[in-house]
Design a binder for this molecule. Structure first.
Ligand SMILES: [Zn+2]
Ligand SMILES: [Zn+2]
Length: 155
């Protein structure tokens, strides 16, 4: 039974993180937390930006849960793991694929990948804090699908 509980804990934590990241991005990072997130909507000078501090803020509870769940490797450990794996997927998508903080030549072809990439690029069209859209990361609504005839799918 334990294995089923652990798998559910992992998947639920992963899915919850997308909802949580959307909420944080929309209401906190574009709200009171804008002083850190702003650096991500402006050109980056150097290797890091203040916004990177959010990675540490999100990683801390995940590491803590993995730590307290680790003697038994129970569901608490797997919740921490789900959050951590979400963090890795987020980093791969957001920082590597979209913002190219590491050199690569990947050009994802799948409809899903193209949709979430386009949604995040639309999010970045706004340089300011207000009136943003597309606050999700690994999930985007079908309206962000890339259409071949669509003129604004270039960028
Ligand atoms: Zn933003
Ligand atoms: Zn971004």
């Amino acid at each position: 039974m334990d294995i089923i509980i652990n798998i559910i804990a992992f998947l639920a934590a992963f899915a919850f993180m997308e909802a949580f990241a959307w909420f944080m991005h929309k209401y906190i990072m574009h709200g009171v937390g804008w002083f850190l997130h702003r650096s991500h909507h402006e050109p980056r000078h150097g290797r890091f930006e203040l916004n990177d501090l959010y990675a540490i803020i999100f990683a801390a509870p995940a590491i803590y849960l993995m730590y307290i769940g680790s003697p038994a490797y129970n569901w608490i450990f797997w919740v921490g793991t789900g959050i951590s794996v979400y963090g890795l997927c987020y980093f791969g998508f957001h920082d590597v694929l979209v913002h190219r903080r590491m050199k690569h030549h990947m050009r994802p072809e799948s409809k899903y990948m193209q949709r979430i990439i386009r949604a995040h690029k639309i999010h970045h069209k706004k340089l300011g804090r207000k009136d943003g859209e597309a606050f999700g990361f690994l999930f985007a609504l079908p309206k962000y699908d890339v259409k071949k005839t669509n003129a604004d799918n270039e960028e």
